[in-house]
Write a protein that binds this ligand. Structure first.
Ligand SMILES: Cc1cc2nc3c(=O)[nH]c(=O)nc-3n(C[C@H](O)[C@H](O)[C@H](O)COP(=O)(O)OP(=O)(O)OC[C@H]3O[C@@H](n4cnc5c(N)ncnc54)[C@H](O)[C@@H]3O)c2cc1C
Length: 265
């Protein structure tokens, strides 16, 4: 049977707009402009590379408001075969666990699949929980921060580097991996591929009624956690231009690094 590579991608806010619902603080996704999570571009590249090497088809899926369709269209420009948006009021207000239950139900509906690929993290909530939670829900073997993957018969052989140690793991398929951010460089898209993404295939829209999932496990109701406060982090930077001889500048830089304890003991 031809492999199905399932890439999960998330649209993240460029500048989040918050709203208060009862006692809880939520991101107002309808008022917030979205971009594809940059780490998920690597997921798409990774999935398309697996398809080119081993055949089969890439299905991309996202859970989010209707505007997340933009990220899925961008995914089609990467050479993905099918794009599915899980969107329903019933999915709103989800924490990572409820998000994972919804995505797991979406993947289950696909029927058979070989490998689910997630990003290692996101630019906004950045919990790195969703991939491992989906693996747990679907009872799949899982490896995080994968840099290389090769399918061999009914297994996927993966390589990852953690804390300077390179590990090679063999997972029976179907399985789930999260793709390491630093090891796979997403290529820029050509104008032709972007144009193609606005034709066929259409982004499919699946709601709660399309999924076989307990309503108590999804959305607000299925969320085990509630965010009750938030603070917007303000960054400020001050620069210093060293207009001096290179050797003096090097000494000055060393002084600054020592002062801030950047070089360690
Ligand atoms: C306590 C808490 C309360 C929250 N409440 C709300 C809320 O009320 N309303 C709200 O809108 N958000 C809420 N969120 C945010 C929401 O839970 C996250 O946006 C979502 O679960 C993904 O988490 P993450 O960004 O940390 O993903 P990570 O686990 O860091 O993502 C890793 C990878 O998982 C995949 N992935 C993650 N999310 C999706 C997705 N939606 N679709 C497809 N693939 C995905 C991607 O491949 C991604 O690269 C809340 C989060 C927390 C922790």
């Amino acid at each position: 049977m031809k492999p199905t590579w399932v890439a999960l991608i998330k649209q993240v806010p460029r500048e989040p707009v918050f709203k208060k619902t009862g006692d809880a603080i939520q991101i107002d996704r309808a008022k917030t402009e979205g971009i594809m999570n940059p780490y998920d571009r690597r997921v798409l590249e990774f999935a398309v590379a697996l398809k080119q090497k081993h055949g089969g088809a890439v299905v991309v899926m996202s859970m989010g408001p209707l505007q997340a369709e933009e990220a899925l269209r961008e995914a089609l420009a990467f050479g993905v075969d099918r794009a599915i948006l899980l969107s329903d009021k019933a999915f709103a207000g989800a924490d990572t666990l409820a998000t994972a239950h919804t995505l797991a139900a979406g993947v289950r509906k696909l029927g058979s699949f070989s490998l689910i690929l997630c990003g290692a993290r996101t630019l906004d909530s950045d919990t790195a929980q969703v991939g491992p939670q989906i693996a747990e829900i679907l009872d799949l073997p899982m490896a995080a921060h994968v840099g290389k993957a090769v399918r061999k018969e009914a297994t996927i052989r993966v390589e990852r580097t953690l804390d300077g140690i390179r590990e090679r793991l063999v997972l029976p398929l179907p399985a789930l991996i999260t793709v390491a951010g630093q090891m796979h460089t997403a290529r820029p898209l050509s104008l032709g591929s972007v144009e193609g993404a606005f034709g066929e295939p259409e982004v499919e829209l699946w709601g709660k009624r399309d999924l076989d999932v307990d309503p108590g496990l999804i959305g607000w109701e299925g969320s085990a956690t509630v965010a009750d406060d938030y603070a917007v982090w303000k960054h400020s930077r001050s620069g210093e231009i060293l207009q001096t001889k290179p050797a003096e500048a090097a000494d000055r830089i060393l002084d600054i690094l020592m002062k801030h304890n950047v070089l360690g003991g």
